[in-house]
Design a protein. Structure first.
Length: 139
């Protein structure tokens, strides 16, 4: 199903701005903030407001098309990859990278057994130094 079909199916208008915001999220690997998305689109859509970006992100998040990341910054970051995966966060440069293909189903089961919770969503973050910052620190 395309983003156009999904939006129409949920009763939302399909606008060039919404499509552009979704494309940036899909093509981005840097887990952008709303402000970063706005800055990337400002030249193509000069009349678009930051509020439009925030509203569109919220629509996408509520539809399950993207997830919101809270990595301890004052602004949320967004990820269009909604499959369970780990986020590596560099404390030095702020880069966020995905680590895929690590099965943490067993961790989820153990956490449910230990806590009594029924887990409905999982986000895993590891904080440290990326390889580039490790090299810089060593020099």
């Amino acid at each position: 199903m395309t983003i156009t079909e999904i939006l129409r199916g949920k009763g939302f208008k399909v606008t060039p701005q919404r499509l552009a915001i979704y494309k940036i999220l899909m093509d981005s690997h840097d887990h952008p903030t709303a402000e970063m998305i706005f800055d990337k689109l400002q030249s193509r859509y000069p009349t678009m407001s930051l509020a439009t970006v925030y509203k569109t992100i919220e629509v996408f998040r509520e539809m399950g098309l993207i997830c919101s990341l809270n990595i301890g910054e004052d602004k949320a970051r967004y990820d269009a990859n909604t499959t369970p995966h780990i986020h590596m966060v560099c404390r030095q440069c702020g880069k966020i990278e995905d680590v895929m293909d690590i099965e943490f189903r067993e961790l989820k089961i153990a956490a449910e057994k230990k806590s009594g919770y029924r887990i409905t969503e999982e986000q895993v973050y590891f904080h440290g130094l990326c390889p580039i910052c490790v090299k810089k620190k060593a020099n």
